[in-house]
Write a protein that binds this ligand. Sequence first.
Ligand SMILES: [Zn+2]
Ligand SMILES: [Zn+2]
Length: 369
Amino acid sequence: MSDRILAAVMAAPHQPIEIREFPAPDLAPGSALLRTERSEVCGTDVHLWHGRLAGVPYPIIPGHVSAGRLQAIRGPLHGLDGSTLREGDRVAFFDVHRTCGRCRACTVHRTPTRCTARRVYGITDSANEGLFGGWSQGIYLEPGVGIAPLPDSVGFDDYIGGGCGLLTAVHILERAALRPADSVLVQGTGAVGLSAIALARLSGASTVIAVGAPEDRLQMARRMGADHVFDVTSSTPEQRMADVRALTHGEGVDVVLEAAGSAAAIEEGLDLVRDGGRYVIAGHYTDAGDSSINAHRQINRKHLEIRGCWGSEPGHFLRALTFLERYAAVVPWREIGGRTYPLTGLNEALADAEAMRITKALVDPWAAA
Ligand SMILES: [Zn+2]
Ligand SMILES: [Zn+2]
């Protein structure tokens, strides 16, 4: 890498992505410069482009989950797994940084994803501060960032194909407290939902049902481990309810995992879960509006457990890598990445992601335009 590093910058919502040149960062003790091999365009980037997330310090270099090779290290550097990291190593890093470890969220409530000091590469870090996003040939891994070696068997495309959706799905499954042979219904067949399907299957679910669209994502849902799929655009909630009941002794599923991000999904999910079941809501990363709920019928009388799921922690990142090491050869995570774009192709990538032509765009910042 030369002293000049190219990055794709989102200057403001609704503006075309532009290529800018950055100087190589000065490395503080305990930091590193990553040569980016792959990053991604996910649903969050589309939200960022639409200006739907509060408190984003534009201009930003998007791309919150990325992987590459350690180009330069200053001082001893250790991975989250305890390993000693060396220049040239293939690594991924946990995008959330500066979680304080001292506030009430971090210490008293033990909910570090609600720490107000936490920042996220590619989302809440300004490009004015430097290389804090993955749509760039280089990423500054500041001191304290959680880094882990990519297992030899995990390619960059495997890791980014899973990407942020896989990390989120690990957290969702943790929140779901799945029991052996639980029946699971996943709402949404985007990157998060597809990984949740795979992890539910691998975690011992008996029946996995997916509700989503379009058709190519439903086919992918089957390949990720779904036994039954419903096209949300061509079936009615009443039909889905009848079919799900028929599959579950007339009761509804033990666990519903929401990764759809629509207000209507919540209203339906509460009906699809059985009495005494669990419902994890993870798809409402932005405000999708109000849902109409009957608390008596859908929650109280049902003795239902509802859990939110926000962000992820370093442990979810490491578990995602472990899942990939063991299962990337048999679960087609890499195929969630529909197409790989150069830095100059990111306007097209955002348009493709917005129109749902691809589930996820991969970014190769070294590819020729
Ligand atoms: Zn904190
Ligand atoms: Zn993402």
